[in-house]
Ligand binder design. Structure first.
Ligand code: NAD
Ligand code: UGA
Length: 466
């Protein structure tokens, strides 16, 4: 079937960039991205593309090119569903915060709402695509909802998980390692649906990188990919502590490992801990699924990746306190970076939130500087933890819009996001205006330690000999 009209439900970090690229590459297909969040849609439609709700290098140019040509952002979900031949579901699937599976299982209420809305609106046959990351076998639940409306509409359900990473979303979408399409490979209709989606990607992705599997393999591959990636970070972070104790240097160890082509060099950067909306949520979801099948050893194995990551964040903050003569009470501490990684304004599960919370519990006076994150976002991240009152958070943590101002009179600086610009600051000037000894805790191993030492700083990095 030749696709003419695409609807994407969910205009977030995945829906927005993914559909922008599809619209750019397929000018003959009308792509409508819908969301119930009116502010988000208004921001996607803002004439000033600097105000797009998602910051991603290269994205604003693509949106500028395609918007109003064949890319539309709207709150009219019903109408977009009605007109579409193909519907991507790209809504949020966060960890459940209530009831059975609380703190572990994925909350699928938004997915189910989408399915019910599609079922109530659709008058002609549609291909439904799971773009969100979902527990394995969710497609069966979608099918149950969609097939029981009695209106005779036929649906094909495909799983097409997204592997983009934030900060490199546009590059990842333009040049993906692979596109995974799971579908009903045993029926003619299923194969045709897969073909229709594949033809869209084939406009810019080499055919050999488009992989077709059954639906369950596709759903499970997405969770597995994130679990493997996160496991690498936890593995190198586990070694970072051993490096600190033994005189080994985690950077050198990672280099030695990475040159083994069986291991590979990527994702071996030791850090203050991984963040982001997905690694933790997807592993917890995997753990929950394994437990629900009684696979306790499998569940424990993967849960350890999260336990290690929580430990690394705590260890980083405790190390700061210990180095600052066992107390940070009343001391000004500057956090450079709040986003969970560079080149994004996303702060979900950022290690910075947990480091700040830990230091605030010890009565530190914190100042945060991040080049892309809004002040209100920082406060809302902290408030969400409910560790103290909103007033107390605003009293003890301030947000600066100038890095030099942020670092003035600080006892210590912690680098928590690897923003490129941090490397190029005038560190002599920062040193001159700090209290001495001037401590720098580099949670990203970003800065040049030798230069900092020459200036007079006392720098500490993750996984380097003490
Ligand atoms: P997001 O929270 O940024 O966006 C989801 C959007 O869906 C929100 O704007 C929300 O208002 C909207 N929404 C929810 N229910 C709706 C409904 N019934 N009708 C219309 N709109 C609705 O989430 P995201 O980061 O884009 O992630 C979406 C999914 O993609 C998740 O399952 C996530 O695990 C997965 N994923 C995310 C990334 C990433 O880098 N963020 C990468 C790969 C996969
Ligand atoms: C990750 C995956 O890389 C994507 O493939 C996947 O699509 C996405 O999750 C998702 O499902 O949401 P993302 O979370 O955007 O992407 O960013 P990553 O580059 O994976 O980084 C995740 C976290 O790990 C960041 O906090 C990053 O700083 C940290 N990290 C990463 C390290 O500490 N060390 C590394 O070597 C790599």
């Amino acid at each position: 079937m030749k696709i003419k009209n695409i609807c994407c439900i969910g205009a977030g970090y995945v829906g927005g960039p993914t559909m922008a690229v599809i619209a750019q590459k397929c000018p003959d297909i009308r792509v409508t991205v819908v969301d119930i969040n009116e502010n988000r849609i208004a921001a996607w439609n803002d004439e000033n593309v600097e105000k797009l709700p998602v910051y991603e290098p290269g994205l604003s140019d693509i949106v500028k090119e395609a918007r109003e040509r064949n890319l539309f952002f709207s709150t009219d979900v019903d109408s977009a569903i009605d007109k579409a031949d193909m519907i991507f579901i790209s809504v949020n699937t966060p960890t459940k915060t209530y009831g059975i599976g609380k703190g572990m299982a994925a909350d699928l209420k938004w997915i189910e709402l989408c399915a019910r809305q599609i079922a109530s609106i659709a008058k002609d046959d549609k291909i439904i695509i799971e773009k969100s990351t979902l527990p394995v076998r969710t497609a069966a639940a979608l099918r149950d909802i969609l097939d029981n409306t009695g209106n005779g509409v036929k649906y094909q359900i495909l799983s097409n998980p997204e592997f983009l990473a934030e900060g490199t979303a546009v590059q990842d979408l333009l040049n993906p390692d692979r596109v995974l399409i799971g579908g009903d490979i045993d029926t003619e209709d299923g194969l045709q649906a897969i073909q229709s989606l594949s033809e869209i990607y084939e406009r810019w992705v080499p055919k050999e990188r488009i992989l077709t599997t059954n639906v369950w393999s596709s759903e499970l591959s997405k969770l597995t990919a994130n679990a493997f990636l996160a496991q690498r970070v936890s593995s190198i972070n586990a070694m970072s502590e051993l490096c600190e104790k033994t005189g080994a240097d985690v950077h050198e160890v990672a280099q030695a490992l990475g040159m083994d082509s069986r291991i590979g060099s990527k994702f071996l950067q030791s850090s203050v801990g991984f963040g982001g909306s997905c690694f933790q949520k997807d592993i917890l979801n995997l753990v929950y699924i394994a437990k629900s099948f009684g696979l306790n050893e499998v569940a424990d194995y993967w849960e350890q990746v999260i336990i290690m990551n929580d430990y690394q964040k705590r260890r980083f903050a405790n190390n700061m306190i210990q180095t600052l003569f066992n107390t940070v009470s009343g001391k000004k501490i500057t956090l450079l970076g709040w986003a969970f990684k560079k080149d994004t304004n996303d702060t979900r599960e950022s290690a910075a939130i947990y480091v700040a919370d830990h230091l605030l519990n010890e009565e530190a006076e914190i100042v945060v500087y991040d080049p892309k994150v809004e002040t209100e976002q920082i406060y809302s991240d902290l408030d969400y933890l409910k560790s103290r009152s909103k007033e107390a958070n605003r009293q003890s943590l301030k947000v600066a819009n100038n890095p030099y101002e942020a670092c003035k009179d600080a006892h210590a600086i912690a680098v928590l996001t690897e923003w490129e610009e941090f490397k190029h600051y005038d560190w002599e000037k920062i040193y001159d205006n700090m209290l001495k000894p001037a401590f720098v805790f580099d949670g990203r191993n970003l800065l040049n330690m030798e230069e900092l030492i020459k200036i007079g700083f006392v720098p500490k990095s993750v996984g380097k000999p003490e």
